[in-house]
Write a protein that binds this ligand. Structure first.
Ligand code: LIP
Length: 269
């Protein structure tokens, strides 16, 4: 769908998102250093949250509101209060304050702040900050994607037998389906890995560190930023942003152009 968004608007939004994601990344990293003091709650099977997620999301919301007072906000830790009707027609910030929460809480340094902006149901701007690696992935629709201000592109891999593929799962997906997909990928020679953060794996597909990534259900806040970054880098994705995706989420399949079709076939295993 042709966007009505101007180049100037995208740049203002992207610059604002980078500023806020850096501020939030520094605050989350402060909590990471003190993770031993955090009280951990269990939202569901192997789905954890702490004060670090909640306070980082509050900070992001305040900083974005100060810069863009007329925009909507959908965050992982406040999703139950998201009013889709009231946000209709507005740009909506779609935020995961700490993606890879379990890694974060266990001291695995692979987690990120993910801030995406959706306009008329289309992801327009995306920023993923990885504080432990001091890396910033960023993209705006039509402007390409960067890692620390350097253009990025997906790998040139053309065969699953030479591919490193991220595979995620959660209590939201059928275990039998996950096992079938992993079996299918492994049988085709793919080196299947699990990193524990959706947006980090999407960023790694965008810059060629991974050849593909799939997960049978992800929420909008996990993927909104990564979708823009991957597409602008030249990676391919399924039509994740279909239907009521902001509220219900969808399955995600993404990868370098040379393996994307085979990945899609494996997902329908
Ligand atoms: C996580 C994702 C991961 C998925 C988990 C969870 P969180 O996000 O990054 O890929 O498998 O179920 O959704 O909860 O760490 O922000």
């Amino acid at each position: 769908m042709t966007s009505t968004v101007t180049k100037e608007e995208r740049k203002r939004w992207l610059d604002g998102a980078i500023d806020v994601a850096r501020i939030a990344g520094a605050r989350a990293d402060h909590w990471y250093a003190k993770r031993g003091d955090l009280v951990v709650e269990e939202k569901g099977a192997q789905d954890y949250v702490s004060m670090a997620d909640k306070k980082t999301e509050e900070l992001i919301r305040e900083e974005l509101k100060a810069r863009f007072p007329d925009h909507g906000f959908l965050g992982e830790e406040s999703a139950s209060s998201f009013d889709a009707q009231a946000s209709a027609g507005k740009p909506i910030w779609v935020v995961d304050p700490i993606d890879g929460t379990t890694n974060f809480l266990r001291g695995v340094p692979l987690w990120a702040v993910s801030i995406g902006l959706v306009v008329d149901n289309e992801p327009e701007v995306g920023v993923i900050v990885c504080p432990r690696q001091d890396e910033v992935f960023a993209a705006a629709r039509g402007e390409g994607a960067t890692l620390d201000n350097r253009k990025i592109q997906p790998s040139k891999t053309t065969s699953l037998a030479k591919a490193q593929i991220g595979l995620g799962s959660s209590g939201r997906t059928s275990m039998d389906h996950v096992i079938a997909v992993q079996t299918q990928l492994t049988r085709q020679g793919a080196d299947v890995r699990r990193f524990g953060s959706a947006c980090v794996q999407m960023a790694y597909v965008a810059c060629g560190r991974l050849d593909g990534y799939l997960e049978l259900h992800l929420n909008a806040w996990d993927v909104a930023a990564g979708l823009v970054i991957m597409r602008e880098a030249g990676a391919m994705t399924n039509d994740y942003a279909r239907g009521n995706w902001l509220v219900d989420g969808n399955a995600l399949v993404c990868g370098a152009p040379g393996v994307f079709t085979d990945l899609g076939r494996a997902t329908s295993a």
